[in-house]
Write a protein that binds this ligand. Sequence first.
Ligand SMILES: [Zn+2]
Length: 272
Amino acid sequence: MHNIFEELKSLGFDNLDKAEIFSAEAKGKKAEGTPKSQEVSLDAILYDKTYICPICDKVFTSKAIRSGKNRLMSVDTDLKPKYDRVDPNIYECIVCPKCGYAALGKAFTTVSPKQLSWVKEQICSKYKGRDYPGILTYEDAIERYKLALLTAVVKRVKDGEKAYICLKIAWLYREINDVKKEETFLQYALTGFLNAYNNERFPIFELDELTTAYIIADLYRRFKEYDKALQWVGFVILERNVSLKLKTRGLHLKSLIREEKAKVSGGEPGAK
Ligand SMILES: [Zn+2]
């Protein structure tokens, strides 16, 4: 069976073949991705931000992005941003170099006493340290995000938070054109967001309820489940409280879904 955490074997985690993210059967394809280095000089954009590990108290620095130095160029339909100089997703995941505790910057310090002991038992006791370079490749970032995903499972965080991490991992795979693994993690993101939508409170980090519904619609579109995609995007567009920006995105997505649906079924574009 494929192990989605296989990048973490060299860090000391070698029995994760059956690890489950959402208490459901995991599936995916074998890893074959190649690293892709950042090509531009990043000194002017990145700076060292200091963190204190909430598990082991280690003080360390991790690269962060100076605001205003990185220009937003475009946004994919599932809201993945594209910047002109640095992909901020690469640096959003923080890893303690001493104990291996990993989380998104936004969740790094959120640890309850119980979670602290679970992380010590199941992460820190196994972690074989690795010194990451200051400037990370996509391969480095994927490894760090998977450590954060494993940590999230160990911390027993809510499905929405795990889904958010999976979405980010899918975006990293999109950047290195690993379509199969991108799909695997988009599927995890969809499963987790659906669970969260039914059972959890919003926001999930910066994602409010309607934005999450919009992302669910686009993920269904990507998996060619057009009727479900239309239902979700219809809900977003018709909601009274939707922002103009999200409504505009929703209308665009709706026509895209109809176009793709018509192509698949051989019908007329725009037909109901
Ligand atoms: Zn630590």
